[in-house]
Write a protein that binds this ligand. Sequence first.
Ligand code: NAP
Length: 247
Amino acid sequence: MSTAPPPTTALITGGARRLGAACVRTLARRGMAVVIHHHASDGPAKALQTEITAQGGEAHLLQADLADPEQTRTLIDRAATLLGNRPLTLLINNAAIFEPGTLRQTSLEQWQRHLAINLTAPFLLSREFARQLPPGLPGQIIQIIDRHGHRPRPGYAAYSAAKSALWTLTRQAALELAPAIRVNAIGPGPILPAPGDSAERFAAIGAATPAGRSGTPDDILSALLFLIDHDFITGEMIRVDGGEHLR
Ligand SMILES: NC(=O)c1ccc[n+]([C@@H]2O[C@H](COP(=O)([O-])OP(=O)(O)OC[C@H]3O[C@@H](n4cnc5c(N)ncnc54)[C@H](OP(=O)(O)O)[C@@H]3O)[C@@H](O)[C@H]2O)c1
């Protein structure tokens, strides 16, 4: 268990919807002041902020396109300003894109967009997070990767390459930022169907895992809280995928 003081402030990228919003709600319930980053989801972000403040929590909104390195680089400073110049103590790199494309099909633009959002943004945010953390204050970074951070997914060349490089970055950062900052990852399996995915196709993906089913956001949240609470763990990825990485 943790002997370090728990994080009190958190930035969650892509926090307005789906798994990001589930993380936001969980951290807010833990009493953290949350900064909800979003890109296109203004409405859901505002609704989530209203929900949290109505429950007595503290939530702020930050809009940015993480495909643009300049917008990404300044996000941490903007978050600290919204928090009244309190430092950020937890960063969750959750935002990502997930587009199909074999190596033959993938355009340079599609490749670069995946690297910008799924890899360069977590790099820039992790770097700026480390720079802003005052000496003596413990920090944590949690990357939401994929079980395909370990093994390529056929038909998703750019996505697989970016996510596996994010796993390397996670371990690099864990080494270089220790002991001040712990850096860990979660590797989800099938949790929520991708937009446009049919219920039948998603059920078949779940059924093909060793567990024989898909997971739920709660499975991700328990891994998240476990990593936050255990301060002898760094450079680790918890795969929450029903064993799919073994196949
Ligand atoms: N869902 C699953 O079953 C599953 C499985 C394996 C891994 N994962 C990983 O878990 C994480 C969350 O999954 P999810 O399915 O909840 O994700 P998602 O809905 O596909 O995307 C999360 C957020 O990323 C943000 N985003 C996309 N492009 C952006 C851009 N250019 N700039 C800034 N933000 C951008 C979007 O924000 P806006 O809505 O504000 O535009 C979106 O809400 C992702 O890293 C994903 O790869 C999920």
